[in-house]
Design a protein around this ligand. Structure first.
Ligand code: ATP
Ligand code: MG
Length: 285
């Protein structure tokens, strides 16, 4: 019997890549990620498989397709080394490894008990530029969160990862699946509302802007943008996002003001990513 977990890289991927070293980075429901060394470069290998229902979580099939979907997006974006395929329980992808640390880790020292957090604007700018680049190419990320921005060691630029839910790319039909929202802590109210009403939503640039606002707020303070119980069911979390106002943004101005604008309830009231970058550039000088 196959276990619901997968802890080894399937043999065909190992031989295609000629892997000399590998280490598990993340291993959780529906997905396993390895950092691997192949000849002279490092890659992330992602493996997806279905989630089996337990009394704590629901079953899900889309996690099996997510790596192939992301692989198709990466190839459309022009990644020369991204590859993807199927294995017996789902799909996999290989993509360049981004050296660095994610925003949540980089801003850990700023999550103090002080009333107002003072994170560096230039880190926010690096993340904003990565998202803007994606928007400028005509894509929406759909799953913005602190772990998805990897800042390089000099913290001058950031890579945006986990492109499995990107909107705007041509996806082979057999690997596509509907967008059913993202990690609720970073979801815009209109996305939450749509998921509550119909089970699905359409990612938009405005919802990404909201997601970046919630991301900066979380990384800077450790707080979710809207208050709800840690163990609240997802529908309840979404209802809180739709019906409650977000927490006061206790981040130093003017970054705090900008986050506040990004978290506006109405999508049309939020700044565009270009405007966000402009405001951060002025501040970071
Ligand atoms: N290309 C990459 N470069 C560096 N690190 C990566 C890369 N891809 C994935 N990772 C690491 O693996 C983690 C999980 O990757 P990713 O978010 O893409 O997978 P996931 O299964 O979709 O996870 P989640 O369900 O949390 O979104 C990332 O937070 C990051 O630490
Ligand atoms: Mg992820």
């Amino acid at each position: 019997m196959t276990t619901p977990e997968q802890t080894s890289i399937p043999a065909p991927i190992i031989s295609v890549l000629d892997i000399s070293e590998s280490a598990v980075v993340v291993h959780r429901r529906g997905s396993t990620v390895w950092r691997v060394r192949s000849r002279d470069a490092e890659y992330a290998v992602k493996l997806g498989y279905p989630i089996t229902a337990t009394d704590q979580w629901e079953a899900a099939e889309w996690t099996a397709l997510a790596p192939a979907r992301e692989g198709a997006v990466l190839q459309e974006l022009g990644s020369a080394t991204a590859a993807y395929g199927v294995w017996d329980r789902g799909t996999w992808n290989v993509q360049p490894w981004h050296e660095g640390s994610d925003l949540q880790a980089v801003w850990a020292p700023h999550r103090t008990r002080h009333e107002v957090s003072h994170p560096p604007t230039r880190d926010a700018l690096a993340c904003a530029r990565a998202l803007t680049e994606l928007h400028d190419k005509g894509y929406v990320h759909g799953d913005v969160q602190p772990a998805h921005f990897i800042l390089d060691s000099e913290r001058t630029s950031a890579a945006i990862i986990d492109l499995a839910l990107v909107h705007g790319a041509e996806i082979p039909k057999r690997f596509d699946f509907p967008y059913r929202g993202c990690l609720v802590h970073y979801e815009a109210p209109e996305i939450s509302r749509s998921v509550l009403e119909s089970g699905e939503a359409t990612p938009t640039p405005e919802a990404d802007v909201y997601g970046l606002g919630a991301t900066l707020f979380m990384a800077a303070t450790g707080w979710r943008h809207v208050e709800y119980q840690d163990d609240a069911p997802r529908a309840e979390q979404r209802r809180a996002i739709v019906n409650r106002s977000h927490r006061p943004v206790n981040v130093v101005r003017p970054l705090g003001w900008l986050i506040n604008d990004m978290l506006r309830f109405e999508p049309r009231d939020r700044p565009s990513m270009q405007e966000v970058c402009k405001a951060l550039e002025t501040e970071a000088q």
